[in-house]
Design a protein around this ligand. Structure first.
Ligand SMILES: C[S@@+](CC[C@H](N)C(=O)[O-])C[C@H]1O[C@@H](n2cnc3c(N)ncnc32)[C@H](O)[C@@H]1O
Length: 486
């Protein structure tokens, strides 16, 4: 045993007396250039001393120690470092600061830091200076890794444990795919997010779900049959069918939009509105938002074909609104990026109900809607409408908020093609009165329903996907209270 401890000099100690550092041995894997290091030490001897405690516990130098054992080197150069026992591990990890690390090693480091600094956890840092210092040190240690990387790696680990159980090897597998360039941390995290949402929904979303209250009925069935509704019972319909060949709403064969040609899509879609015609009042209105699709560089004229077929079947076509979009999706042709979608206004008779008076009150936020015409003496409704929040203000949630709330209710809402609230607002306010019934046959998350309730109308929706009916319940429940309080 060596008795002499000189803290500034390099001294030789017996290799057999050194103790491996178990913390860094578990954190860091053997590097791929291990054999080169070994060859180098065999040729030149060990030039770089190990850092050790006075008890010959290695602080830094595990790798050199292993090589020495393999090469049978009897003594090794070391430098002693005086370090408190409880700080030993932290100092060891710090000496690896500039080492090139894999994501798995960084994850282990993060876990080490979290555990090491958990001492002050839950204690108010303003009341406990020691806890404040711990927090600062921890922030510093994690800050070296980078906030984004720390959060992403922690999130990956957490989801792997939730999905595959404690001690699974999935984290190693996924992080290796990042190391080999096959994936990225972001992609891995998103993939796990999808898997965990899928699992959560499988558990918590039943195959059939409806929502009924005094003023709201959302049926979980295809809207090809509206037999729950009496003839001439609905004042206004605002709806947006699934677009041709665009999205899968996860509801199998019954969903629209997956036909081979635009014509086949229109042939299937238009008959849905025969039932709408039956239930719509004589002076009622139907608004349909329908978009086009480009194939082989050409628009398929889906809205135009729809319009012609609807008129052929007896609908009166009275207006076209343009939903102007501030962030249009990429358009796959050589021309411009199209930033609008049409919304057609159909009626059954010449004397349909249309009220411009409501426009004069729209500055009143208690009314739920503001379209920026507060000061106008004679506000006019225009048909090309920019539904950006700052132009046509709407209150209440968007999908981000709704998603968050659904998650609190134990399921992930996967709908991404919802209306802005202001869109149905304009149509409902101009063509119906409080107490009337508003219908959306492709109800989705019931954006139309939310506006109906906010403006004291009744709402009926039809939606094939039970998850979206659940999301509608989350969305509308808040406004049921609002209505009662009003
Ligand atoms: C464009 S989305 C409507 C989104 C809705 N406007 C909103 O703001 O949430 C079309 C919806 O129609 C539903 N759907 C598709 N085929 C249906 C059918 N035959 N009957 C009822 N709903 C259907 C889809 O599940 C989807 O939610």
């Amino acid at each position: 045993m060596n008795d002499f401890r000189d803290y500034n000099k390099v001294v030789m100690v017996a290799t057999a007396e050194l103790k491996e550092n178990l913390t860094t041995a578990t954190l860091y894997k053997v590097p791929s250039n291990y054999d080169d290091i070994k060859r180098n030490i065999a040729e030149l001897g060990l030039l770089n001393p190990l850092l050790v405690t006075k008890d010959l516990q290695i602080i830094s130098g595990n790798l050199r120690f292993w090589v020495a054992l393999e090469l049978g080197l009897e003594t090794l150069p070391v430098v002693f470092l005086d370090v408190e026992e409880q700080r030993m591990d932290m100092v060891s990890v710090s000496t690896n600061q500039f080492r090139e690390k894999s994501n798995l090693e960084i994850l282990r480091e993060i876990e080490f830091y979290e555990q090491y600094y958990s001492v002050g956890k839950g204690r108010r840092t303003d009341l406990c200076p020691q806890a404040a210092q711990v927090k600062e040190e921890k922030d510093q240690a994690l800050g070296q890794i980078g906030r984004y990387r720390v959060n992403t790696l922690k999130s990956i680990k957490k989801k792997c444990v939730e999905l595959y159980g404690e001690g699974n090897t999935k984290v190693d597998e996924l992080l290796s795919s990042v190391e080999s360039g096959k994936s990225s941390l972001n992609k891995v995290n998103e993939q796990l997010e999808r898997e965990s949402n899928k699992r959560m929904n499988k558990k918590n979303v039943p195959s059939f779900y409806e929502f009924h209250t005094e003023n709201v009925h959302i049926y979980n069935k295809s809207c090809i049959d509206l037999s729950e509704l009496e003839d001439n019972s609905v004042q206004t319909v605002v709806t947006s069918p699934p677009y041709f060949d665009m999205r899968d709403y996860g509801i199998g064969k019954n969903q629209l939009g997956h036909q081979d040609t635009a014509q086949a899509f229109i042939d299937e879609l238009v008959p849905y509105f025969d039932e709408v015609n039956r239930v719509l009042k004589h002076n009622g209105s139907l608004f349909v938002n329908i978009n086009d699709k480009i194939e082989d560089g050409q628009y398929q004229m889906v809205p135009e074909m729809f319009l012609i077929e609807m008129v052929k079947r007896g609908w009166r076509y009275v207006d076209k609104y343009l939903w102007l979009k501030p962030n249009p999706q990429y358009t796959p042709n050589r021309g411009s990026v199209r930033n609008f979608e049409p919304i057609f206004h159909f009626v059954k008779s010449e004397d349909y109900y249309f009220d411009r008076e409501w426009l004069k009150q729209v500055g009143d936020m208690d009314n739920g809607i503001s379209i920026g015409t507060v000061d106008a003496m004679e506000p006019k409704l225009v048909s090309g409408m920019d539904f950006r929040d700052n132009i046509l203000k709407n209150i209440g949630g968007n999908t981000y908020e709704l998603r968050k709330k659904c998650k609190e209710h134990g399921f992930q809402m996967e709908h991404s093609a919802t209306f802005p609230l202001s869109l149905p607002s304009i149509f409902i306010l101009s063509t119906s009165k409080p107490g009337d019934t508003v219908l959306d046959i492709f109800s989705g998350t019931a954006t139309t329903g939310e506006v109906a309730l906010l403006t004291n109308r009744r709402y009926v929706g039809y939606e094939l996907n039970p998850q979206f009916v659940m999301a509608s319940e989350v969305r509308l429940s808040e406004h049921l209270n609002f209505k009662e309080a009003a």
